[in-house]
Design a protein around this ligand. Structure first.
Ligand code: TNX
Length: 531
């Protein structure tokens, strides 16, 4: 009883932002240590940003713009230092930082530029919003570092295309919450979105579908009651645009992980090059959603020459150590009927068609390793035999991830139960935009424990967490933001903060920080924030 009362009092104090007479600011994700104190510092027009390392110059520019956009206060190149950014050799963790605001100014120290950048993001949450020539900040000491090294967000640009500008705004949203992995789902049945110089038909043909199903997909049964918008939908990124996005993300300490789906979700590729399928038929880029049994033929060597040609260009564009090859939802029906696939099974001594996927994944993994990269795939890659060096992304619950961690594979947890932001955010779906289905409210995202069911050794295999945004029912960027926010705030805390789970304390903090959504003009769902 006493404990409950104490918890209530602490929650109430934090909600009002006041402990022991000193204001506790709302910060999200919650830093490891926060000590507000009574001093203040006033940042005035003409202040300087001091950074000893040239490596930090672009962060200084970013910081100056950020401070100006929020507060109206302008820096000057030769002004007296109000903000100091310093790389230290102290024993701070790689992405960790220290932020101090005191009488003499604002100090951010870290062992890496990434840490400095995260300190700057924390500072952003401490700045008042105004239009003035000076702003006063409360004294505070913060020491902070993330729980997980993989704090990911995925975006499907195949089902609906998003422009480079929108992708950059998406990356900005990630940066605000200290995410560091952008999983870019670039190919699927409904559109191929990355220019591959060696295979131009992929974008000439594969990037456009003639029309799109209207409303909810009936799940395989497409009869005369289905309606289509009769409007072509297309778009792709040139290699220059890809390089531009990779660079933009890198400047926010976000690694872009490209996904090239293989061997399933392949219809756009097969429509571009019919010789990639088992039958060689001419298909159209898919106009409906759901799972498709038209997948890459595993019997043909030309399939492997093709995918390796694609991946060669992909690894040249993306410096990421990890390359995602999909691997989800790949029916084996076509392989069972295909003489070449059957011959491959015989030659490789495989008894089940599903093992063809294991054969293909292992072959691609070898290829990626020869280019110094790691393969990452959806948890289905576990079902057909995969090496221990492959990374498993667990989406069908956390079971796949648990299985993978137990056998020693590295794992990213992205279960539908807590991380599928294409699901409704409320049980009352009236008035909500059409969504995939399911119900994933804010508190459920917050409740994810990515290490549940694992012992301390296995826990070390969990690289981190990720939210996925599939866009079958998300036709534009405003709706994408609506599905992301505020839920991304809850996942940010799961991925960054130590394992403390007090939703009652989290919610008011999240609410207070929606002022940043407003300042940036982001669209967000208001109802999860209401009482
Ligand atoms: C399953 S998650 C898929 C996607 C769909 C999504 C809809 C995964 C690896 N595959 O192709 O878009 O469900 O929630």
């Amino acid at each position: 009883m006493r404990k409950t009362l104490l918890t209530l009092l602490i929650s109430a104090a934090l909600a009002s932002g006041c402990t022991q007479g000193v204001e506790t600011p709302a910060l999200l994700p919650l830093p490891s240590q926060v000590s507000p104190h009574a001093s203040t510092y006033t940042l005035r027009d003409g202040y300087g940003i001091d950074c000893q390392d040239a490596e930090l110059n672009f962060i200084a520019d970013y910081t100056s713009r950020m401070i100006h956009d929020l507060t109206g206060v302008s820096s000057s190149p030769d002004g007296k230092a109000g903000v100091r950014l310093t790389l230290t050799t102290d024993s701070l963790p790689t992405e960790g930082y220290r932020l101090r605001i005191g009488r003499k100014g604002i100090d951010i120290e870290a062992a890496s530029p990434a840490g400095i950048f995260y300190g700057v993001q924390t500072l952003r949450q401490l700045l008042p919003q105004q239009e003035a020539s000076s702003c006063t900040l409360h004294g505070i000491d913060i020491q902070d570092s993330p729980r997980f090294g993989w704090r990911g967000l995925h975006l499907d640009v195949s089902r609906h295309f998003f422009t480079v500008d929108e992708i950059k705004r998406f990356i900005d949203v990630m940066a605000m919450y200290k995410f560091n992995r952008f999983h870019w789902h670039l190919t699927d049945d409904q559109g191929w979105r990355i220019e591959i110089v060696k295979y131009p038909e992929l974008t000439r043909i594969g990037s456009v579908r003639a029309r799109t199903l209207i409303g909810k997909d009936p799940g395989g049964e497409y009869d005369e009651t289905c309606r289509y918008d009769e409007t072509p939908h297309g778009g792709f990124y040139t290699q220059d645009e890809i390089r531009d996005v990779v660079e933009y993300a890198a400047r926010r300490f976000i690694t872009v992980i490209p996904e090239i789906e293989f061997p399933g979700h392949a219809v756009a590729a097969l429509a571009s090059y019919p010789w990639l399928s088992c039958t060689g038929e001419q298909y159209e880029v898919r106009q409906t959603w759901d799972i498709d049994d038209r997948v890459f033929c595993i019997g043909r060597d030309s399939t492997f020459r093709f995918i390796e040609g694609v991946l060669e260009e992909v690894v040249a564009l993306f410096p990421s150590a990890y390359i995602h090859i999909g691997g989800d939802e790949c029916p084996t029906d076509r392989w069972e009927r295909c003489p070449r696939c059957r011959e491959r099974m015989r030659a490789e001594g495989l008894s089940r068609p599903r093992q063809l996927q294991g054969y293909a994944t292992t072959r691609i993994e070898r290829f990626l390793r020869s280019h110094g990269r790691r393969l990452i795939g959806w948890d289905e890659i576990l079902d057909s035999g995969v090496s221990q060096t492959a990374v498993v992304m667990s989406w069908r619950g956390t079971e796949g991830g648990i299985r993978a961690a137990r056998r020693g594979n590295e794992v990213v947890m992205a279960p539908t139960t807590h991380c599928y932001f294409d699901y409704y955010q409320t049980a009352d779906t009236a008035g909500e935009p059409l969504a995939w289905g399911g119900c994933l409210p804010l508190d459920k995202v917050y409740a994810l424990n990515p290490c549940e069911g694992l012992d301390s050794v296995q826990r070390a295999s969990v690289l981190g967490v990720q939210a996925n945004l599939w866009t079958e029912y998300i036709p534009d960027f405003a709706q994408a933001q609506y599905m992301l926010l505020p839920r991304l705030g809850a996942l940010a805390e799961v991925g960054w903060a130590p394992d403390r789970k007090d939703y009652a304390e989290f919610l008011p903090r999240l609410r207070r920080l929606t002022r940043l959504y407003d300042a940036c003009g982001y669209v967000y769902a208001p109802h999860p924030l209401a009482d």
